[in-house]
Design a protein around this ligand. Structure first.
Ligand SMILES: NC(=O)c1ccc[n+]([C@@H]2O[C@H](COP(=O)([O-])OP(=O)(O)OC[C@H]3O[C@@H](n4cnc5c(N)ncnc54)[C@H](O)[C@@H]3O)[C@@H](O)[C@H]2O)c1
Length: 388
């Protein structure tokens, strides 16, 4: 008997490999029956298209017309929107709708909406009959460059942001920039925050392009200048997929550059009772991280100011009264639990590059305090600078 293995007599290894490929495609006319790539994607499969009320009021007719153009059984289900409804109850309501629509093995879900919709559908698709395929048609900036193009889906458990979730790749992602035209200005802005994140990690030139064109893109829902908007979305997707691909299931490492802006932000969202949106919380987190980076000597003061001033131009918040030394220390503790004991705070070292601070203890309360005071003071001094 192997003493290490206790009473085990023999062990039989089993390999459980699972791999799937999918494509993220930039498309035009996703609701135009004559050119839409959605009907051929659906084929003859029974399909449950899941969307949210405001998206349904804008695009429901288009979806219904598209559904009628197919010789397939397509049901449209409208789930409640908003972060407060990103819950297991909403996932179960989508599962119930799938059951009522009689979706069989190999039938299809379509998530037609923002990040909340794609998170809920990803989880529902992983649960119904232990896994059905799903297609994403992301309709917000956050969903087009982040939430709707990866393999993760998660919902909140009470105050615990994204506590319940799964890894399940979509079958296909169809990104139609023109769907962003109807997005309220602030929702576009929150998406710009996730784009700023990927630029800060990987691409200084793209960051410049974003800052120069951000105000116009926010005002027009990425309609003007359209070509620049397309370039920004497409490059952001490319960079995001490049970061995600080697570690899709987060089983290789819990050190992920794309976690920039995602150490303090879950706590900021939770503490606000989800009244501060995801993108706004990410912007505040990035600002705080940059200020900490200066304190630790990882980021020079002038690059930090350049980033914060860019956020001012884009009207992204850089501070919140919810951020105190105590609350942000608790946020770091909670993040450590999520990252198997390590903090792995992603800190920009310049625009376009970043590094990790692995240890919780590397960030002393005095460092947090100085960084928070600096950001709060900056907000007080500049009338146009945003705090939430
Ligand atoms: N799974 C992931 O990898 C991942 C990554 C990033 C973010 N997220 C999650 O994504 C969520 C945020 O996503 P979001 O910012 O898309 O928010 P959201 O899904 O709540 O959408 C914002 C609002 O815009 C409306 N809307 C959507 N598309 C519209 C359109 N084209 N025109 C008009 N209104 C429209 C929605 O109905 C909603 O009211 C958060 O819960 C975040 O945790 C997940």
């Amino acid at each position: 008997v192997d003493t290490e293995a206790g009473s085990v007599i023999s062990s039989m290894p089993m390999r459980c490999l699972s791999q799937s490929d999918y494509t993220v495609e930039l498309v035009h006319g996703v609701l135009d029956p004559s050119i839409s790539p959605l009907p051929p994607t659906i084929g003859g499969r029974h399909t449950l298209i899941v969307t949210t009320p405001s998206v349904y009021s804008l695009y429901g007719l288009g979806l219904e017309t598209l559904a009628k153009s197919r010789d397939a059984d397509i049901t449209i289900h409208v789930m409640p929107s908003g972060e407060v409804n990103k819950t297991i109850d909403t996932v179960l309501s989508v599962c119930r709708a799938a059951s009522e629509a009689k979706l069989a093995r190999r039938d299809l879900f379509v998530a037609f909406g923002g990040g909340v919709c794609s998170d809920v559908v990803t989880l529902a698709a992983s649960m119904v009959r232990k896994g059905l395929p799903y297609v994403c048609v992301p309709t917000t900036v956050i969903a087009q460059v982040d939430a709707g193009i990866g393999v993760k889906g998660a919902v909140n458990l009470g105050a615990k942001k994204n506590y319940l979730g799964c890894y399940r790749p979509p079958e296909r992602v169809l990104v139609d920039q023109s769907l962003l035209r109807t997005l309220p200005e602030d929702e576009v802005r929150w998406g710009i925050s996730e784009i700023a994140k990927i630029c800060l990690l990987r691409d200084a030139e793209l960051f410049e392009l974003l800052v120069d064109n951000g105000p116009a893109l926010i005002a027009t829902g990425f309609d003007h200048p359209f070509d620049v908007g397309e370039k920004i979305i497409s490059r952001s997707i490319e960079l995001m997929l490049d970061e995600l691909e080697p570690n899709c299931y987060e089983d290789q490492s819990l050190r992920r550059l794309v976690d920039l802006g995602h150490t303090f932000s879950p706590a900021i969202e939770e503490l606000s009772g989800y009244s501060i949106s995801h993108g706004a919380a990410v912007a505040i987190d990035i600002a705080l991280t940059c200020a900490i980076g200066v304190q630790l000597g990882l980021l020079d003061q002038s690059s930090c100011m350049q980033i914060l001033e860019a956020f001012d131009v884009l009207r992204l918040p850089t501070s919140s009264h919810l951020c105190t030394v105590e609350s942000m220390t608790r946020a770091m503790e909670s993040t450590c639990a999520h990252r198997a004991g390590a903090l792995n705070l992603v800190v920009p070292t310049t625009i376009g590059c970043a590094t990790f601070v692995e240890e919780f203890n590397a960030i002393a309360p005095s460092t947090l305090e100085t960084a928070l005071e600096f950001l709060a003071l900056r907000t007080v001094r500049g009338a146009q600078k945003l705090s939430v």
